[in-house]
Ligand binder design. Structure first.
Ligand SMILES: Nc1ncnc2c1ncn2[C@@H]1O[C@H](COP(=O)(O)OP(=O)(O)OP(=O)(O)O)[C@@H](O)[C@H]1O
Ligand SMILES: [Mg+2]
Length: 345
């Protein structure tokens, strides 16, 4: 079956006074029909910019650069007319964000907000739309939907607000849902409930999901395939099992080793990896991870790594898998005991 979404060579830049911020620097990504794909990586690596590009939500000073390709259900997203774009957004593809309070309109009842989407995209009357809004609120697990439909966003808890966002996103049974850190602001129990809800709605609506997160833990139960992003590029991609049990890129391994901890506000965060990602105004010529990589070789700083294909869609952009590179036992055979000897430094 054809992929629902295909992104090829996506490049997005922000033209700022400091210079051109090259947020996304050549990303390829596909999502199959009814597939769940995760895009993971540290803050600032370009996940949200990639997600927004799919819905053409990049605004000035940002620009999707010429040569980028986004195909949705066989159609060229980057050349959709304004009218087609309106039908596409919220109709065929929806997005939900971390901050549901900011995304919702504070002056409008949640019912009206769901109805707006329904009235816009579906040929139904007001009365029917209201009944459908109530049904949707019930469907996403909001108790007393007949009463809640007339309440405002501030009358809902964080978890319930995210459920409202999900109800709006699923109102028109989109083929694709982009979920950008949908559970990051929520506590762990609520996180799990929201993931469960997304999985249930995905099954019922035959939706594909792109789950964007910095937290690999969130992804484990939902993603069939994982794309690991670093500094505007995909450094590794593979099935969930490939990424969790056979990670190849030193960055993926570092992400996996970063242990979840609780921050002051009781939110779960990953321990950060030592060092900082490169400046996207002047990204390095070689591998962007080289300066933080404990296995880095001289070539890594000079040349962008070639992609090695491990089969079954598992690919990694790292010089360590080049035939001329020294073999690092712990990377080449992930089941092997940690190597006593490391290349580089
Ligand atoms: N409006 C903007 N103006 C200038 N630069 C921007 C703008 N939006 C994003 N960027 C830059 O693009 C890069 C990628 O941003 P993006 O929001 O995609 O990161 P992210 O991976 O989603 O991070 P996070 O996990 O923090 O959400 C960042 O370096 C950011 O500074
Ligand atoms: Mg983001």
């Amino acid at each position: 079956m054809d992929n629902l979404l295909e992104i090829k060579g996506l490049r997005v830049s922000y033209h700022t006074y400091q210079g051109e911020v090259q947020s996304v620097r050549g990303v390829d990504l596909e999502i199959g029909q009814e597939e769940s794909v995760a895009l993971v990586g540290e803050s600032g690596c370009g996940k949200s910019v990639t997600g927004k590009s799919i819905l053409r939500l990049i605004q000035a000073p940002g620009e999707i650069l010429p040569g980028s390709q986004i195909t949705f259900d066989g159609r060229d997203v980057l050349s959709l007319s304004k009218k087609e774009l309106r039908a596409y957004r919220g109709g065929q593809a929806s997005i939900i964000f971390q901050d549901a309070l900011a995304a919702l309109n504070p002056t409008m009842t949640v019912g009206r907000q769901i109805m707006e989407n329904l009235l816009y995209h579906r040929k139904i009357g007001k009365r029917e739309a209201r009944a459908e809004a109530i049904r949707l609120l019930g469907e996403v697990g909001i108790p007393n939907p007949e009463k809640r439909v007339d309440q405002y966003p501030h009358e809902f808890s964080g978890g319930m607000r995210q459920r409202v966002m999900i109800a709006i996103a699923f109102a028109c049974q989109p083929q694709l849902l982009i979920a950008d850190e949908p559970t990051t602001a929520l506590d762990v129990t609520i996180q799990a409930q929201i993931i469960k809800l997304l999985k249930q709605l995905q099954r019922e609506n035959h939706t594909s999901i792109l789950m964007i997160t910095h937290d690999l833990g969130v992804v484990a139960s939902i993603a069939q395939r994982i794309f690991v992003m670093y500094s505007g590029v995909i450094v590794e991609r593979g099935s969930s099992d490939d990424i969790f049990y056979r990670p190849r890129h030193p960055y993926t391994r570092a992400l996996l080793q970063a242990v979840p901890r609780m921050d002051q506000e009781g939110k779960q965060e990953l321990n950060s990896i030592e060092g900082t990602p490169p400046d996207l105004i002047a990204p390095p010529e070689g591998c962007p991870f080289a300066s933080r990589c404990k296995y880095a070789m001289p070539v890594c700083a000079r040349l962008a790594p070639e992609v090695t294909d491990f089969g079954g869609g598992h690919r990694c952009a790292c010089w360590l898998y080049h035939e001329m590179a020294p073999r690092v036992a712990e990377l080449n055979d992930p089941d092997a005991a940690p190597a006593g000897e490391e290349v580089g430094q």
